[in-house]
Design a protein around this ligand. Structure first.
Ligand SMILES: Cc1cc2nc3c(=O)[nH]c(=O)nc-3n(C[C@H](O)[C@H](O)[C@H](O)COP(=O)(O)OP(=O)(O)OC[C@H]3O[C@@H](n4cnc5c(N)ncnc54)[C@H](O)[C@@H]3O)c2cc1C
Length: 424
């Protein structure tokens, strides 16, 4: 195994960033017997601005990683409770499917991320905390990445490097892989509140975010949420898409303060119940950084812009991509790193990503563009929400929850649409 104390340290694979994408990639790789160095700039426990919501898709990924999702630290939910559209709030349970469990979870990133990182370590990955990667080491002859250099001057070397360093992914940028401007972005703000709602068993969402005075201004393309995290803590926030004309001029913390003030006082989203600051961050969507493999570097999670444009969910897609990246890397190692045949396996990561998420992300990009138009957002909320049959379909579409094989007619329709849509 590598020697982190001395330089250079050597491994089969270097993973930069120990968020869900990096830790899951490291865990899968270590389970396959590869030497993995997981480099993380922060020291655990550390927070990450997030809604902390895990849909049944994400739960399935956690189970396949070997994480025990039972126990009181995991707060389970039954589905979505929806507010808006001048109708009574209504519940949409997670669907009963063969492919996914029928429950979601909320777990605060403060300990969720550490749990995943320690899980990777328990499988054999070597975690180096407090290690900020500054730049790639590039081979002069092949122009491939052959390692990374940290801010404090340490060198780590490996034939394959994974960029799992989040939305700004400096490593990808340094390798010439920049953001695409033709993909939607999101911005979201959140804060924690100590209140009874934190013990609820539905993930709640508000589909009416007004640009100004309610009913008299434009409806914004986004939603507010309150996700019960258990132990009397609710993760409350709102997110919005870049496709609306209001995107650039919106002050998200101000919008959130205004929205919170309009919620019923008994919900407890008050200043005195707030625990910590309102903080905001960006959500990169629909593969906004491509290609996901090039010259020895694979992009996983937010680094590759893998957030779902339909609902802002990024953890699941980071975990799914991690499994695919690890499979491609393990395959490449068996074929012999650096050989043309190994390169084919690594490029196969891109094809697999596109085959499994690309059509869906393309539909999400169209959806994001449509609801960015205030008149269409209004039609969706006012005429769509009261139609429960339609909402059941929308629920499955937005959360990407269908059975691939023996599904019902709705599953069949949605699977066909995502299959025929060209990849994002
Ligand atoms: C307000 C908000 C709410 C959200 N809510 C949800 C939600 O409820 N459910 C959901 O599924 N998704 C949600 N998302 C999206 C989700 O947070 C991301 O998609 C997810 O965190 C992506 O994981 P990641 O591992 O790719 O990146 P990150 O979680 O950002 O992890 C990147 C890691 O890389 C490290 N790093 C960065 N640079 C370096 C460097 N130079 N050297 C070493 N390490 C480095 C960072 O410290 C970090 O640990 C939300 C996002 C926001 C902003």
């Amino acid at each position: 195994m590598s020697d982190v104390g001395a330089t250079p340290a050597q491994a089969d694979v270097i993973v930069v960033g120990a968020g869900p994408a990096g830790s899951a990639t490291a865990a899968h790789l270590a389970r396959c017997g590869l030497d993995v160095l997981l480099l993380e700039k922060a020291t655990f426990p550390r927070d990450k601005i997030c809604g902390d919501g895990l849909t049944p898709r994400a739960v399935k990924q956690l189970i396949s990683l070997g994480i025990d999702v039972n126990g009181e630290d995991w707060h389970r939910n039954k589905g979505l409770r929806v507010y808006g559209g001048r109708v009574e709030p209504f519940d949409m349970p997670w669907p009963e499917l063969a492919d996914f469990p029928n429950f979601g979870l909320v777990r605060r990133r403060q300990d969720f991320d550490e749990l995943l990182a320690r899980h990777a370590v328990s499988l054999g990955a070597e975690l180096v905390e407090g290690c900020t990667v500054r730049e790639p080491i590039i081979d002069d002859r092949t122009h491939r990445i052959v390692g990374v250099r940290s801010k404090d001057g340490r060198e780590f070397r490996a034939p394959i490097v994974v960029a799992a360093d989040g939305v700004s992914s400096r490593l990808s940028v340094a390798m010439g892989i920049t953001k695409r401007e033709d993909r939607p972005m999101g911005v979201a703000a959140r804060a924690y509140f100590e209140c009874d709602r934190g013990n609820g068993d539905w993930m709640e969402s508000w589909l009416e975010l007004w640009d100004g005075e309610p009913q008299k201004s434009d409806l914004l393309p986004g939603y507010g949420w309150a996700f019960p995290a258990g132990q009397g803590i609710s993760n409350v926030g709102l997110g919005m898409l870049s496709t609306s004309p209001a995107f650039a001029r919106t002050d998200y913390k101000e919008l959130m303060t205004r929205w919170l003030a309009a919620t019923p006082p008994e919900w407890g989203f008050t200043e005195e119940n707030r625990r910590g600051e309102i903080r905001s961050a960006a959500l990169p969507m629909a593969f906004n950084r491509q290609p996901a493999y090039q010259r020895g570097l694979l992009l996983v999670g937010d680094a590759g812009g893998m957030v779902n444009p339909f609902n802002g969910e990024g953890i699941d897609y980071a975990l799914e991509a991690a499994a695919m990246a690890a499979e491609a890397i393990s395959e490449a190692r068996a074929r012999g790193f650096g050989t043309p045949n190994a390169e084919l396996a690594l490029h196969g990561y891109v094809s697999n990503l596109k085959a499994s998420m690309g059509g869906y992300f393309r539909l999400g990009t169209i959806f994001a563009a449509l609801i960015g138009r205030p008149e269409i957002m209004k039609i969706c909320v006012h005429y769509g929400l009261p139609r429960r049959g339609l909402m059941k379909i929308v629920h499955k579409l937005l959360a990407n929850l269908t059975d691939k094989k023996d599904g019902d007619a709705v599953d069949h329709l949605l699977n066909t649409l995502t299959r025929i849509a060209p990849s994002a």
